[in-house]
Design a protein around this ligand. Structure first.
Ligand code: SF4
Length: 328
């Protein structure tokens, strides 16, 4: 076990973990809400350092990141645990249980693997990377030294200090904005909205970001919610890519899968204020990136594969408009 970062001693051998806004006070022998940070006799340890439950080479589009080196592959790593407990979790087998089969992969091993594969870097994904903080930080530093990119796919529920410590090594983040409604976060996810907004607003100043909103029927897909969410994202910038993702009934959720018409309606609303809106988790989906100025189609995708690519550097090949993101 690795000594954890970001905790404080408390009386009677308790500790307070201050990695995420839960700020758990943990008695000895117990772990925090995320189940992967354990108090042993008044010191906090990570139970998942170097422990992976998933290692794979994924298209960057799968994260989803559509404006960050499109068409690239990225070594993707995940482990167990999460600091939220969304009733509709789409990755619950690894995030909400601690019993998945794990394989050891040291930070050096991860970097070596990323360099062997034709990968642009390492994505910390599948479960919540911030609760894997010690491993992610060390691996990200080593990856950066080797010229690799670091990508976080995160719920954004983290305290400012650890976020700021990791951000210098992070190149891109896809952050879940699960709802614009704090009640949804409290009732359905055991979290809250303000820390997520704070993470989005901070990350935007330091790295490339894209946002994902998983639409759960009857929970976060009202016209009012979608209008407010779109308005919020537009205050960050019209160019921030927003992905609406299809939900399927998994874990504790029983509502039927999101109707395609709901996703299309969400896209229609968001496109009135945002330049880049995408739908995801749809079988065989096709999507395009258009130039916001001249409307020319610049990238066409089928699923995660690029069918056409018409950018000149970071600019529209036709009118020269600069396109938000990092391109080859
Ligand atoms: S990271 Fe885990 S232990 Fe630490 S405050 Fe958050 S939920 Fe609690």
């Amino acid at each position: 076990m690795q000594t954890a970062a970001f905790w404080k001693e408390q009386p009677c051998d308790k500790v307070q973990c201050v990695l995420c806004p839960h700020n758990c006070i943990i008695p000895t022998g117990k772990s925090g809400i995320c189940k992967v940070r354990l108090n042993l006799k008044g010191a906090l340890y990570s139970l998942i350092y170097s422990e992976t439950t998933g290692v794979g080479l994924d298209p960057i589009e799968k994260k989803p990141l559509y404006h960050f080196f499109p068409g690239s592959q990225i070594l993707s790593l995940g482990t167990n645990g999460c600091n939220l407990s969304c009733s509709f979790c789409q990755n619950w087998q690894i995030s909400q249980t601690g019993n998945s089969e794990r394989q050891k992969l040291t930070p050096d091993g991860a970097v070596r693997l990323a360099r062997q594969e034709s990968s642009i870097g390492i994505a910390y994904t599948y479960n919540e990377p911030f609760i894997w903080f010690e491993y992610v930080l060390e691996t990200a530093k080593k990856a950066k030294e080797q010229g690799l990119k670091n990508v976080l796919v995160t719920n954004g529920f983290v305290n400012p200090e650890p976020l700021m410590e990791l951000l210098p090594y992070v190149d891109a983040m896809n952050i879940d904005l699960k709802s614009i409604n704090d009640r949804f976060y409290r009732q359905t996810c055991n979290g809250s909205l303000p820390p997520v907004k704070r993470t989005i607003e901070t990350a935007q100043k330091h790295c490339h970001i894209e946002l994902t909103n998983l639409l759960v029927p009857g929970k976060n897909d009202s016209e009012k919610d979608l209008l407010e969410l779109t308005a919020y994202v537009s205050t960050l910038g019209k160019d921030i890519p927003l992905h609406f993702s299809r939900y399927f009934p998994l874990y504790k959720a029983t509502e039927p899968a999101t109707p395609v018409s709901t996703l299309q309606n969400a896209a229609r609303i968001a496109k009135s204020k945002l330049n880049y809106v995408y739908l995801g988790n749809l079988e065989g989906e096709e999507s395009s990136t258009h130039c916001p100025k001249c409307k020319e189609e610049l990238i066409r995708r089928k699923g995660f594969l690029l069918e056409t690519y018409h950018l000149s550097g970071s600019n529209c090949f036709k009118c020269g408009c600069n396109i938000y993101g990092s391109f080859k």
